[in-house]
Design a binder for this molecule. Sequence first.
Ligand SMILES: Cc1ncc(COP(=O)(O)O)c(C=O)c1O
Length: 369
Amino acid sequence: MRRIAAERELVRRVVRELSGYRPVESLESVARETGLPLDSLIKLDANENPYGPSPRVLDVLTRPDHYHLYPDAAQEAARRALSAYTGVEVGQIIVGNGSDELIDLLLLATIEPGDEVIVPVPTFGVYLARPPLFGATVRAVPRLDDFELDVAQIEAAISERTKLVFLASPNNPTGKLVTSQQLVRLLRTGVLVVLDEAYYEFAGRTLLPLGREFENLVVLRTFSKWAGLAGLRIGYGIFPPVLAEALWRVKPPFNVNVLALRAIEAALADLSVQMQKVIRIRLERGRLFRGLRRLDFLRPYPSRGNFILVHVTRGDAHDVHRRLLARGILVRKYDDPLLRPYLRITVGLPEHTDRLLQALREIAAEVAS
Ligand SMILES: Cc1ncc(COP(=O)(O)O)c(C=O)c1O
């Protein structure tokens, strides 16, 4: 039998050396590890929507038809619905298998070897993990002390090799919005700005209209958060026409499945119902923030997303994470040195907030003793 080549011969160097983006563990594996029943776990680690999708979406998902046919590669009905929702031309919209896929497609379509991508950190890890796979070098630009964008440093980092800048608004995990002044300054440099509005519906503020004025703005959105559809993988992007055309050329023809395409139409037809859940989450975010602020070993940051970043000011964040996990509560911890003393907590149901705050009060007593 032919010898299987060593990893060194088989796998690209950039892939061998990549540390990658580490997604959160599955509930099943957490249940196995902790010995706790799966349905007792409270999942506040991935910014999912505990209310799930709207009734019309659930109805579409349970209709057993058309699965033997390929999805519409042109995504026409879904894109028309998104055009009505966003107010932009159908031709500028492309749907992806999650906005993660659109990030990859964007890099695939634009990066030449040696190009640079600017990423203000801390932020969503995918912006750091993916560009090297496409031949780009990441230039991480630290934020200011309060996690505000350091626009001057971003401008200073822009060179002829810069292909694009990734910005999230609200930013994951800090919860901060990009202001229109900050965005306009960066758009005026002429560099392509990718503005990720994954949490737009929770913030109630978008900078998408600037796309009418600037041809170097891409806006990414997702149905994973507000629409409660993280499991279906639906993201969409709004691209300047030249880029949209390039993305169609690199997009796998059937990248979005039949159910996801139909769910887009159904979710948008049910917008007012789903937005009630978004409003509930926004109200709960306030209650969670106030509860966290009362704990003297934590400092929560105001957030416009469906999550709150918390600085563990006494004790160790990983230890707090472990103690929460032992009580069946999952929150996001970080290995990145910039975020090591922080936890990110997704806003859940009111009873999740109650159990979390109770657990944190117990942990405060344990840490103090
Ligand atoms: C800023 C940001 N962008 C994109 C995503 C991923 O979105 P999707 O589920 O559509 O791939 C996330 C998920 O956590 C995120 O925080």
